[in-house]
Design a protein. Structure first.
Length: 473
């Protein structure tokens, strides 16, 4: 049960609340790929260094672990703000549905504390623990990161396809089944699509740093190895991600047909639906701009041109995204697919050169594109979340509670003021993050220019205790 609201009934608090949530989520998600995937990338490099007795690989792993720790600290701030915003901005949702989907946030909290401990142990262990012991203690780190993603995606997928409860006569959830609430129809496709996106994005972001160094003339083994390991991981996962993206779009077609209609700006239910590459949907159902490809949308949805695709007008206006929201979701979806297609071509370029010549590409254009791939991947992740959240409108819990029903009663003016303060805090936080990274880079370059740090081997004689002078990270 839910209250039927007209557009005129939307509370004035809705716009500032949605704007603040969108800003904080879009900011936080910039850090998420490194938080989820950098532990795995670091441990791959660490294991390679131990197996080959490669001091360069161990140096890279140690430095990446320092970046991982700084990123985690910044993520604590942005993630905490998001957690508070759920309670402050959307009390209607948490008050009614918290007992159903709150387990996801509980899992994420436990994963957060576990990851914090594991990162501390891993950082402390450099040069203090025996090599094998230190590496083994780091192995749980990627699993802790994946567990955190499990919790968040469980909550979000439940919001898209809510299950695991029945409603009493007052419309309140009862008879909650935790397992059904966690493993909803959208959980599997959404979780794996998200996780692989994190591996792809983090791989291209890290590799982009060393691609930039290659373009600036730093073509030593340090930069080649720093580029090759993360880029190879991203390149391997890129076609996998494309397949998973197609799978989740098909699930949306079946489980959230109105959301799919917004993603593809389909106005009326019909077969032989055309595909629009970009294009703008107007309130009367007309579409301007973009490239129209006849029948392709039906073919992509059901592999047949006579596949019936549900249109936005299949439900009342109060139960579907507005024309502007549908256009935003459509633009975001098309941009995500476009970036993914370019990344596949980049991965194919890399694979062909490697398989034919057993070496890295030599073309400067390859490294120019690789340097941009990290930024493009982050943009694709942002577009994916825009598609997910905007395409679900006006529902905060799909077909059970609207955003306007869940929003806080705090005055809109107070929310706009709070939004301004959040922007100031985030500018400071991300500015500090950038300053710290730049200082770390400068210190590492200075160390390399003066002959480098001491050998990257553990202090097997004194596994615990303070390091000797000149042996700081």
């Amino acid at each position: 049960m839910h209250t039927v609201l007209s557009l005129a009934d939307v509370p004035p608090q809705t716009l500032p609340a949605r704007s603040m949530m969108a800003f904080t989520l879009a900011s936080h998600i910039i850090l998420v790929p490194l938080g989820v995937a950098l532990p795995l990338i670091t441990l791959i490099m660490h294991g390679y260094g131990l197996r080959r007795n490669d001091a360069t690989a161990l140096l890279l792993a140690r430095r990446w672990s320092a970046v991982m720790a700084v990123q985690f600290a910044i993520g604590v701030v942005t993630g905490t703000v998001l957690s508070f915003e759920f309670g402050l901005l959307w009390p209607g949702m948490l008050g009614r549905w918290g007992d159903v989907f709150g387990i996801g946030f509980g899992v994420e909290a436990w994963a957060f504390f576990l990851e914090a401990v594991l990162i501390a142990v891993y950082l402390y262990g450099w040069r203090r623990l025996p090599a094998r012991t230190h590496f083994l203690l780091g192995l749980p780190l990627p699993f802790a990161a994946l567990l955190g993603a499990f919790g968040i995606l469980a909550a979000n997928s439940w919001m898209n396809t809510p299950r695991g409860f029945t409603l009493d006569s007052a419309g309140n959830p009862v008879d909650v089944s935790i397992w059904k609430a966690i493993f909803t129809p959208m959980f599997g496709p959404q979780y794996w699509h998200f996780v692989v996106a994190m591996f792809v994005t983090a791989g291209y972001v890290v590799a982009g740093v060393y691609a930039t160094g290659w373009l600036r003339g730093r073509r030593d083994r340090y930069h080649r190895l720093g580029f090759t390991v993360p880029f190879t991981l991203a390149a391997v996962f890129t076609p996998v991600q494309f397949v998973l993206g197609d799978s989740i779009a098909r699930q949306v077609f079946h489980k959230q047909p109105v959301k799919f209609a917004a993603m593809e700006i389909v106005w009326k239910t019909d077969t032989h639906q055309p595909e629009y590459l970009y294009g703008r949907l107007h309130p009367n159902g007309s579409i301007s701009g973009g490239i129209r490809i006849p029948q392709l949308d039906s073919i992509l949805a059901g592999f047949r041109p006579d596949t019936k695709v549900t249109g936005l007008t299949s439900v009342p206006a109060s139960d579907r995204p507005t024309a502007a929201e549908a256009t935003i979701a459509h633009f975001a979806f098309d941009t995500m697919v476009f970036i993914g297609s370019l990344l596949i071509l980049l991965a194919l370029w890399y694979a062909v050169v490697w398989l034919r010549r057993r070496r890295l590409p030599a073309s400067p254009w390859f490294y120019r594109v690789a340097a941009c791939a990290g930024v493009a991947s982050v943009a694709a992740v942002e577009c994916g979340w825009i598609t997910t959240e905007v395409g679900r409108q006006p529902w905060i819990v799909y077909q059970n509670m609207r955003v306007a029903e869940a929003v806080t009663s705090t005055r809109a003016g107070g929310l706009w003021l709070m939004f301004g303060l959040v922007i100031v805090v985030y500018v400071f936080v991300f500015g500090s993050f950038l300053v710290v990274l730049l200082k770390m880079r400068s210190r590492w370059r200075k160390a390399d220019a003066t002959g480098g740090p001491p050998p990257e081997t553990p202090e097997t004689d004194t596994p615990y205790g303070p390091r000797s002078a000149g042996r700081f990270l």
